[in-house]
Design a protein around this ligand. Sequence first.
Ligand SMILES: *[C@@H]1O[C@H](CO)[C@@H](O)[C@H](O)[C@H]1NC(C)=O
Ligand SMILES: *[C@@H]1O[C@H](CO)[C@@H](O)[C@H](O)[C@H]1NC(C)=O
Ligand SMILES: *[C@@H]1O[C@H](CO)[C@@H](O)[C@H](O)[C@H]1NC(C)=O
Ligand SMILES: *[C@@H]1O[C@H](CO)[C@@H](O)[C@H](O)[C@H]1NC(C)=O
Ligand SMILES: *[C@@H]1O[C@H](CO)[C@@H](O)[C@H](O)[C@H]1NC(C)=O
Ligand SMILES: *[C@@H]1O[C@H](CO)[C@@H](O)[C@H](O)[C@H]1NC(C)=O
Ligand SMILES: *[C@@H]1O[C@H](CO)[C@@H](O)[C@H](O)[C@H]1NC(C)=O
Ligand SMILES: *[C@@H]1O[C@H](CO)[C@@H](O)[C@H](O)[C@H]1NC(C)=O
Ligand SMILES: *[C@@H]1O[C@H](CO)[C@@H](O)[C@H](O)[C@H]1NC(C)=O
Ligand SMILES: *[C@@H]1O[C@H](CO)[C@@H](O)[C@H](O)[C@H]1NC(C)=O
Ligand SMILES: *[C@@H]1O[C@H](CO)[C@@H](O)[C@H](O)[C@H]1NC(C)=O
Ligand SMILES: *[C@@H]1O[C@H](CO)[C@@H](O)[C@H](O)[C@H]1NC(C)=O
Length: 818
Amino acid sequence: MQLSRLAVVLLLAAALCIARASRDLDDSSSNRQLLQTPTSADCDRSVKHCTACRYQFYRGTVTKAICTKCDTGYAVKASGRACYCAPGYYTTENTAVSGQTGFTCIPCDYNNVCPGAKITAESSTAFAACGANKITTTQFAKSDRECVVKPGFGWGSGDTSAACDAGFYNPGYNTRKCTKCPGDLTTAGTNSNSTQDCQAPIGYYYLRGKAVACARGTYKSFVGNQDCSECPNGVTTAAGEVGKTSSSACTVLLAGYQFASAPTVGTTDATECGQDSYRTGEVTFDGSTAVTCTGCGNNLTTLANVTKATSPDACLAPPGYGWAPGGTNGAGVATLCPAGSYNPGYNREPCVKCGNGTITTAAAGSTSADQCYTPAGHGNRRDAVSGVLEGYVCPNNTYGRPNNTFGLVDVECTKCQENTHTLQTGSTAAAQCLTNAGYGYDDGSVNQCSYGYYNPGDNQNPCTYCGDGFNTTNSANATAGETGSDAASDCKLDFGYHLFGSSGAIEPCLRGFYKGFIGNGSCSQCPAGTSTTATMAAVAKTDCDACRPGFGTGTADGKIVLGSLSNTSCSICPSGTYSAGFTQGGQNCTACPTTQNFTGTMVSRKGTWTPEDCFGQFITNPDNEQTFLPWDYIYHDNATILALQSGQTTLSACQTNCGLDSTCQYMVFYKTGGPDGDGINKCYWRTTGADISAAHIVGDGTAAWWDNPDVSVVLFEIKEGAYVAYPKLLGETIGTTVTLAGSPSTSDFKAMRSACDKDAACVGLTHDVGGVWRAFAGTLREDTIGKIRVVGTAINSWVAEPTGTEENEGWSSVALVG
Ligand SMILES: *[C@@H]1O[C@H](CO)[C@@H](O)[C@H](O)[C@H]1NC(C)=O
Ligand SMILES: *[C@@H]1O[C@H](CO)[C@@H](O)[C@H](O)[C@H]1NC(C)=O
Ligand SMILES: *[C@@H]1O[C@H](CO)[C@@H](O)[C@H](O)[C@H]1NC(C)=O
Ligand SMILES: *[C@@H]1O[C@H](CO)[C@@H](O)[C@H](O)[C@H]1NC(C)=O
Ligand SMILES: *[C@@H]1O[C@H](CO)[C@@H](O)[C@H](O)[C@H]1NC(C)=O
Ligand SMILES: *[C@@H]1O[C@H](CO)[C@@H](O)[C@H](O)[C@H]1NC(C)=O
Ligand SMILES: *[C@@H]1O[C@H](CO)[C@@H](O)[C@H](O)[C@H]1NC(C)=O
Ligand SMILES: *[C@@H]1O[C@H](CO)[C@@H](O)[C@H](O)[C@H]1NC(C)=O
Ligand SMILES: *[C@@H]1O[C@H](CO)[C@@H](O)[C@H](O)[C@H]1NC(C)=O
Ligand SMILES: *[C@@H]1O[C@H](CO)[C@@H](O)[C@H](O)[C@H]1NC(C)=O
Ligand SMILES: *[C@@H]1O[C@H](CO)[C@@H](O)[C@H](O)[C@H]1NC(C)=O
Ligand SMILES: *[C@@H]1O[C@H](CO)[C@@H](O)[C@H](O)[C@H]1NC(C)=O
């Protein structure tokens, strides 16, 4: 190629020399005829393709046209005698050839260079090609300098072109050498025409304008800016090497992966070691054999979420198992935690003992300290240094919890309360703490049984109450009680209590009696006339520290001398005095007070209790109302036989006349006319009749009048507990009969009276012939004034005096007047 190009150039040079010589000859002949300003036709005639010319003398007289401007594409020769092809044009004709008078200049074509040519001889050089892979960017190229390389080529030595090698590029249209790709990048082939063609070579990837070697475990087998490819799953490339260019470099199996069967290098994915297995280390494989994981074995497991284990260390004791070193493959051995120990598991620890002593678990294989428990009825203690709990059975006289206590928590055996005990060790509740003998529960606390209580123990009861009237002592007879009794047989009759009569009822000593020891035996009576201040259950003779009602000391200071108590310490109050009694330390009888406006002598029966039982001595001067007795009001009803006393229309007349008449028992004065309702005051008498035996009325103090079966007696209660009695007329019926509660025997006055006392309807009793008592009801007339006429020689001449002994107390205290 280069050789042929040189030949053309030489050929062109020869042709140009021939053309020049012929044209000089031609000029001298044609210019001789033209003398005036030449036209373009003249010019063209003179010089072919000349468009402007002028004449010029040539050798004296000869005028010749000299061309000054040629046609487009032509240039004027220095002599002005010819036009030839200008640079950038060329011709294919040759004027030197016979018959050819001119030639046509043709524009230089693309990728050629035309230096310009006068003659064909010169034309051989006039359109030389730029050369292989060299081009022009325009037509009319005049010089080699206008030849540049094509894209993908570089400027070669000797102004030739050369294809860009791989790793080089050239956009072309220049005269430079190919440019090397930057950053170790390369091109996929030769003739690259752009920096864009610079890409990561195989084994490399592209990163910010540079090539970076594929990391371990990756490879790239082509030029390009793509990422490197990963080796198959679980597989990598040789350690310490990078820039791998093929999957065939993926020959190392990662730890924790396996090939269950012989793999194909570069394509077979490895599988992960499953749960409870592992594989250690990387291993190079060649695809000829399987490479498998190792099972943990020996009850060992991996964590539930663990695969790809790379070490036997991943093999752990599962929950409820303990780990120990050893085992076939060195991963250790797991064995079930025995009862009393636990392991949360997934570790390489031995089972942890719950503690020492009786702390345990319900079964083997426990996984948590929460499964450790201190059994019911057990306690534990914690070692101060190690914190280890030691369980133990709660000892006697303590109790543990009712249920097992789970977890490693402190559990105490609780001491039973003082004075209680358990019957065995390992008690589980306070309910098993039983009383010691002689102690009892008392609102939560345990106390010694006090006087009058006992408890044999071994229970949770309060001390048992012996009952009212009991104290406690071991002795049959004692002067002091004892606390802490443990048997019912210790209950003895207390001070001040005795068994009453044949009924065996336990009763306090009545007022006036005392009992000064604990045990069987009866109450002793206070000396006659004395009594106790306490109402009952007196415990010593010195409790007889008062006179009975109706009795007085008669001493100067009115005091009883307790040290020498005797039947004479108190004596009965004489008429005209009274004493309420029961004054601690004793008291004198008190003189009856005079009643209002009464100036006469005040009298009372002996042994009177109250001033209300004091009466003025019966009327001596009936005309003087000032001396009237302030008689008591009584109830009575129509059944009482009353005799109307005519003419006695004043209270004083009525009373005076009754007082004067020995048959008048009492009078009733109706101020407003009484039952008649006629508005006139009326005086009625109740008179004693012939049937009333004086012998019975005037008692002798020895025989009780009510005991006489022949006499009917009417008994009125004139105030609370005070009665007035009078003999009843024969055949007289008083009031409506009342049936008393309990139907007491009608021959028993005490029983009848007691029942009448308790019956609001009963106002009195009658005593009828035959010794029969009858209770009756009465009606109260609000407008009635009744007054009692005392019949007899002396107001208290017939009333039995109190004896000072208990048996008569009560009844004899009633003020009986008749
Ligand atoms: C550069 O080369 C590419 C690929 O060979 C081609 O497609 C493209 O046309 C070329 N560019 C130029 C300017 O020659
Ligand atoms: C697995 O645990 C059981 C229960 O503790 C034990 O008997 C057995 O020996 C253990 N197996 C191995 C292989 O250690
Ligand atoms: C696996 O399980 C353990 C315990 O449950 C947990 O601590 C760990 O974070 C888990 N690991 C993963 C990767 O999930
Ligand atoms: C627990 O018992 C073990 C063995 O009987 C004994 O060695 C250890 O000292 C005990 N620990 C405590 C805290 O009592
Ligand atoms: C103890 O256990 C019994 C029976 O399982 C249960 O009814 C009771 O509630 C438990 N007591 C306590 C204090 O947990
Ligand atoms: C606990 O008390 C019972 C009954 O009193 C007795 O038999 C036993 O010996 C006592 N145990 C101890 C350890 O004291
Ligand atoms: C006391 O009297 C009661 C009833 O008569 C009798 O049962 C008891 O044995 C007596 N006690 C003594 C100590 O005599
Ligand atoms: C029992 O005996 C004690 C001691 O002697 C005494 O103090 C007490 O009053 C008696 N009675 C009762 C009911 O405690
Ligand atoms: C107890 O002693 C009292 C007074 O000493 C006596 O009266 C009583 O009979 C005695 N009782 C017995 C059962 O000994
Ligand atoms: C008590 O009565 C006696 C005898 O009637 C009399 O001598 C004495 O002074 C009285 N004492 C008082 C304190 O009234
Ligand atoms: C007692 O006497 C006074 C003065 O003489 C007189 O005012 C009064 O009414 C009298 N009382 C009676 C109940 O007669
Ligand atoms: C009492 O006598 C009056 C007058 O005669 C009479 O009105 C009244 O009913 C009698 N009362 C009774 C309870 O008989």
